[in-house]
Write a protein that binds this ligand. Structure first.
Ligand SMILES: [Zn+2]
Ligand SMILES: [Zn+2]
Ligand SMILES: [Zn+2]
Length: 346
């Protein structure tokens, strides 16, 4: 059973995935060769038997689960880091804290066809993928053990993409709010505390006025190069309308988000020669059964967003040791590059 261990000094939780690797040298073996042949791909339509039973799918009427006829399909991870069964079993062990790795770890298969890049999906298909994210978050919030749901993508080997190339995203639901997210929540709350405004709304306004880091905007979203970008060509996509919960997005916003996401993904792919990247949705934690006063102003001070991080540089010793990032490309330069775009097929 995997377990969650808390670093007693800085409070970071680590998933100790006991079932993933047996011996240290297993990690240095060459990775499994990439599956780019639809015949062998467990995520292609017609291969439903190659995955665990589906949790959810958008499917045609009169088709049954785990059979063809779906548009987006969600299955549990074959090697889950967290498991749905069991209680949290939170316990102390001297100075240490341990918890059972209770939660969910799901794979969102984004297309029945063997498409490997998110930007190649149609806008309508991206809308369905986003609707699937919403459905899953909405469903998981009924589980009282779960505090946070993170949706992310690992694309390409250097971004942890794995050997199955079929386009997909992952969902991890955790019984604690991850430290990175907590740091953002705290920063936003402090700003709200003395300015009485949402810092993200203020950033959007300032970036729209200044323009030098504004890549793109449409009806409901802006795409910017963050002022302190950690990676070359890092992109944040933020909703113009203030909201802390991604899953409460309106239908109109969803259409607008699919459009801007596709455009940004295509610009990264064509402009940077198909780089590996990570993509994460930062949204607010669930707010039921919280201690009184905990995250009291969250609905006003936090603003959900998407972070896209192309992995063009490697994180090295200094970064690991210091928490500093070294970014050799000023975000203002990255913006010029990403703004031009490359208008190939849409
Ligand atoms: Zn496939
Ligand atoms: Zn805001
Ligand atoms: Zn964030």
């Amino acid at each position: 059973m995997p377990e969650l261990r808390r670093d007693p000094i800085i409070g970071r939780w680590v998933i100790i995935a006991t079932e993933r690797a047996k011996r240290p040298h297993d990690f240095s073996k060459t990775a499994e060769s990439p599956v780019d042949n639809p015949e062998e791909c467990p995520f292609c339509e017609g291969h439903e038997h190659m995955t665990p039973p589906e949790i959810f799918a958008f499917r045609d009427d009169k088709t049954s689960p785990d059979s063809p006829g779906w548009k987006v399909r969600v299955v549990p991870s074959i090697a889950p880091l967290l498991r749905v069964e069991g209680d949290l079993g939170r316990r102390g062990w001297g100075v240490y804290d341990i918890m059972n790795a209770t939660g969910a770890h799901e794979v969102i298969i984004e297309s029945p066809q063997h498409i490997t890049h998110f930007g190649k999906l149609s806008r309508e298909q991206i809308q369905l993928v986003l609707k699937t994210y919403i459905q899953r978050i909405d469903d998981l919030q009924n589980d009282p053990r779960i505090k946070y749901v993170m949706i992310y993508k690992n694309y390409g080997k250097e971004a942890g993409g794995g050997h199955l190339l079929h386009t997909k995203s992952f969902l991890i639901a955790t019984p604690i709010t991850p430290k990175r997210v907590k740091e953002e929540l705290q920063g936003a709350r402090i700003y709200y505390g003395y300015k009485d405004r949402c810092i993200f709304c203020d950033i959007i306004r300032q970036e729209q006025e200044m323009g030098e880091r504004l890549i793109l905007e449409n009806d409901f979203f802006v795409a910017i190069s963050p002022f302190a970008s950690r990676f070359p060509c890092e992109v944040w996509i933020l909703p113009k309308n203030h909201s802390c919960d991604f899953y409460k997005i309106t239908e109109e916003e969803l259409i607008s988000l699919a459009e801007i996401l596709k455009e940004i993904m295509n610009r990264l792919e064509t402009g940077l020669n198909d780089p590996p990247f990570n993509f994460i949705i930062h949204t607010a934690p669930f707010r039921k059964k919280v201690k009184p006063g905990y995250w009291k102003t969250l609905e006003w001070d936090y603003h959900w967003h998407i972070e896209i991080m192309p992995r063009l540089t490697r994180v090295a010793g200094f970064e690991w040791g210091s928490g500093f990032y070294i970014n050799p490309l000023p975000p203002e330069e990255a913006t010029k590059f990403l703004r031009e775009g490359v208008n190939n097929e849409r």
